[in-house]
Design a protein around this ligand. Structure first.
Ligand code: BDR
Ligand code: CA
Length: 309
């Protein structure tokens, strides 16, 4: 598949990008960055660090939206650290940020390449994708699929009791994307909370003996501490890599086609994804919502692909 990765790295975003770059079946047309886990300045810088770590300074990295469509930016340094990528000591990138605005790159790629050939992988707030769909509505039918990490239903939220971080940061953008008519696959907390690192899984990645293996293990050891303290878990959830793993091995995931609507009015439940799992409304089905994962298969795939870098 030819993909654009829209992202706000973030350690789990970084692992997702590395999983894509380690997989020959996936061609990364570009990486577009958005403000989310940390400010845009840091997310685009982190994306370039990760490309260089993977030995891929040829990947084009673009900067997009500096803030959500209507709300103030909310960031997550408490999870990801001040840089957004705390843990490993990675050198400052030498590769340049592309001049073009990320939203223009998304629109021009979708309009310029064969219709139905581009998959959008969304690992952060959906601001860039919404801006592209608004700027050029003819892009929508040309998108093969949007695979996104966001939302939660049975698990509740991780930034408020009702909302997951990516959707909460820009609920209006999520609303635009969910109403776009583009085929959507959604990885909510219900599935990503089942993709947990463990000491053994992280050690296997470290023991690859490569600079990528060491950097990923350093990232995960930093990132895990937040969930270990907050939820008492043995590790941390690898949210964003689920998106890329789905492209490589969809059979690792189980879900169903549902209607999904985002709360954009009530402050109490702002950004909640109301998933009609049981089909109690007649609202049209607009997303395949994943709920289960073969977690051993997922970590085997991840470790094997990281080993290729
Ligand atoms: C999502 O929020 C971010 O902190 C992670 O990178 C992931 O995309 C999980 O709620
Ligand atoms: Ca992310």
């Amino acid at each position: 598949r030819r993909i654009i990765i829209d992202t706000d790295p973030g350690q789990d975003d970084a692992v997702a990008i590395l999983l894509a770059l380690g997989s020959a079946e996936i061609e990364v047309a570009g990486i577009t960055c958005v403000a989310g886990n940390v400010s845009l300045k840091l997310t685009e810088n982190n994306a370039r660090k990760i490309c260089e770590l993977a030995g891929r300074p040829d990947i084009r990295v673009f900067a997009g939206a500096i803030r959500p469509l209507t709300r103030q930016l909310v960031t997550a340094e408490e999870v990801h650290g001040q840089t957004g990528l705390d843990g490993p000591q990675l050198p400052e990138p030498i590769m340049k940020l592309q001049d073009r605005y990320a939203v223009d790159f998304i629109v021009e790629t979708l309009m310029g390449e064969e219709s139905g050939s581009i998959t959008l992988c969304a690992l952060g707030p959906l601001t860039n994708l919404a801006l592209a769909l608004i700027r050029e509505p003819r892009t929508a039918p040309r998108i093969r699929e949007i695979v996104l990490m966001g939302g939660g239903f049975f698990e509740g939220g991780n930034i408020t009791p009702a909302a997951e971080f990516n959707i909460y940061v820009d609920p209006h953008a999520a609303d635009v994307v969910l109403k776009s008519g583009v085929p959507i696959v959604m990885m909510p907390l219900d599935v990503t909370h089942k993709a947990m690192t463990t000491a053994k899984r992280t050690a296997e990645i470290r023991n690859l003996g490569t600079s990528v293996g060491r950097a990923v293990a350093d990232m995960l050891e930093f990132y895990e501490r937040f969930d270990e303290e907050k939820y008492g878990s043995d590790g941390g959830p690898l949210h964003d890599p689920c998106v890329i793993a789905y492209l490589l091995k969809p059979e690792l995931f189980r879900g169903r086609n549902c209607n999904v609507v985002v709360e954009t009015a009530s402050e109490l439940t702002m950004g909640m994804t109301v998933i009609d799992w049981w089909g109690v409304t007649k609202r049209p089905k607009n997303a395949t919502v994943m709920r289960d994962i073969d977690h051993d298969g997922f970590f085997a795939l991840l470790t094997e692909r990281l080993a290729r870098l």
